[in-house]
Design a protein around this ligand. Structure first.
Ligand code: NAD
Length: 446
């Protein structure tokens, strides 16, 4: 490895997950199994991808950990919070994502991961009724209690650094309120005034993490760190933040497939996406207020790849059909709770495109995926790369992590647009790794 300015990954890395459900238990079990040499971390960029550095005779393709100091899987120590008291072993068994044969070899380690009491408010996820919940005076006290949990975890485990990852349920939609969410002072005042409407529990976790010097990752579509007040806090404490919403199944396909239409200058009349899934995530998302948060996130993907204003003939006002109240093509996303499928989500996409002289064609995509199997490697990569970014002194929104996220954060107050195009995101990811490793950035796709 070349000399870099990134601090080395010495000591242990604490990974505190909010929510010990299907995604988290699959992620944790997979890391523990991999450590024992009993499984492979398939889908993880930090464990498999190779990036070209140098050109001509100097050209080499190196794995990430030969370019930058990434924490070793053996150095990770897990902890969690959840509304339900089940430990990571019970959760992995109950979620039925993995077979028992893939869980039992690490049972001893999993049973020791017992969730701390959750900072929870039923109004944010009404379908959950666990009782492993903190008693709090107000939102400020909620935040203080989470901070104490983080400090205790550090003391008890001796970890040198901590990353906090939200893999808990999607909260109800919290619109950005300029009076509360624009400055850190206003956000803190609202927490102290116990403003339950504008301060979601997830904001308390994020505040606590950043204040305790831990990067924070938002794996659900929640508003949480997507507000200027949190950007201010992350700058103040010098910590990276990223979000929102793991880009796993349908949106991964969408952000990889839409560029085919865009780069060949084909037109789009409409894109109808529907899903069935039957895990607890599906149950929570069956509630309209929680689905709204997801819908906003899922819809945003196409808008920055196929832009109506830039190509009005192909994606503009007349493309979406009669009675269409959209500005351009018609884009609809649905999620239906369907228990028989559990974690095995099925997504259908019907894409109505048009070609030469406006002649219509259709594309159908049917993805029979496994939600948590797709999300687990993203958890690992987001955790390791956020820890890396912190050691490089990077703070605020980490745009290079957009690759992993459905609705990537960006500074909307400065009219910055999100990058949703999968291959542009990949270039951003590779360049950040190159830069941290002391190599020049590069636009070549290889
Ligand atoms: N799996 C995917 O493909 C995917 C993709 C994108 C986003 N996500 C998001 O990841 C999150 C986790 O998904 P999952 O399938 O593991 O869901 P899950 O329902 O199995 O697990 C979520 C857990 O979070 C807990 N929880 C809820 N509120 C909490 C709080 N305030 N504090 C602590 N714990 C809390 C719940 O009790 C539950 O055990 C969801 O928000 C989901 O929308 C998943």
């Amino acid at each position: 490895m070349k000399e870099t300015n990134v601090k080395p990954a010495t000591g242990k890395l604490g990974v505190l997950v909010v929510g010990l459900g299907a995604v988290s238990s699959t992620f944790i079990t997979g890391v523990l199994m991999t450590r024992k040499g009993l499984s492979k971390p398939v889908g993880s960029m930090t464990q498999y991808d190779k990036i070209r550095v140098g050109r001509g005779a100097e050209k080499k393709y190196l794995p990430y950990n030969e370019i930058v100091p990434i924490a070793d899987l053996n150095d990770i120590v897990f902890g969690a919070w959840d509304v339900y008291p089940q430990n990571a072993y019970e959760s992995a068994i109950n979620c039925e994502v993995l077979k028992e044969k893939d869980i039992n070899p690490v049972k001893d380690e999993l049973v020791k991961i017992v969730p701390m009491k959750a900072a929870f408010d039923k109004n944010y996820a009404s379908r959950l009724d666990g009782d492993n919940v903190k008693t709090v005076k107000d939102r400020w006290d909620m935040t203080e209690q989470i901070r104490e949990d983080i400090r205790n975890f550090k003391k008890e485990t001796g970890v040198e650094r901590v990353v906090v990852l939200w893999a808990a349920s999607t909260e109800v939609y919290v619109p950005v309120n300029e009076k509360v969410h624009n400055t850190l002072a206003d956000l803190e005042a609202a927490m102290k005034a116990d403003d339950k409407e504008n301060i979601a529990p997830s904001m308390c976790y994020a505040y606590a993490a950043l204040a305790e010097g831990a990067p924070f990752i938002m794996g659900a579509p929640n508003t949480t760190v997507d507000i200027p007040a949190m950007w201010e806090l992350s700058e103040k404490t010098g910590m990276p933040i990223s979000g929102k919403d793991f880009k796993t199944g349908q949106t991964l396909v969408k952000s990889g497939f839409a560029p085919i239409i865009g780069t060949r200058c084909l037109g789009l009349n409409g894109w109808f996406s529907t899903n069935i899934l039957g895990n607890r995530d599906g149950l929570v998302l069956d509630e309209p207020a929680n689905f709204r948060t997801k819908e906003v996130s899922k819809l945003s993907t196409l808008e920055s790849i196929l832009v109506p204003e830039e190509q009005p003939d192909l994606y503009g006002a007349n493309c979406g059909g009669e009675g269409n109240d959209h500005n351009g093509y018609y884009h609809k996303v649905r999620i239906n709770y369907y228990p028989p499928r559990n974690d095995n989500k099925e997504g259908w996409d019907n894409i109505d495109i048009f070609g030469w002289m406006g002649y219509p064609m259709q594309i159908k995509i049917n993805f029979l995926c496994r939600d948590s199997i797709l999300a687990a490697p993203l958890c690992l990569d987001l955790v390791l790369l956020s820890d890396l970014a912190a050691r490089d002194g990077r703070y605020g929104i980490q745009r290079f992590l957009s690759f992993f996220l459905k609705s990537p954060m960006h500074d909307y107050t400065k009219d910055e647009v999100p990058v949703n195009h999968l291959f542009q995101q990949y270039v951003m990811l590779k360049n950040a790794i190159r830069e941290m490793g002391g190599y020049p950035a590069d636009e070549t796709i290889d």
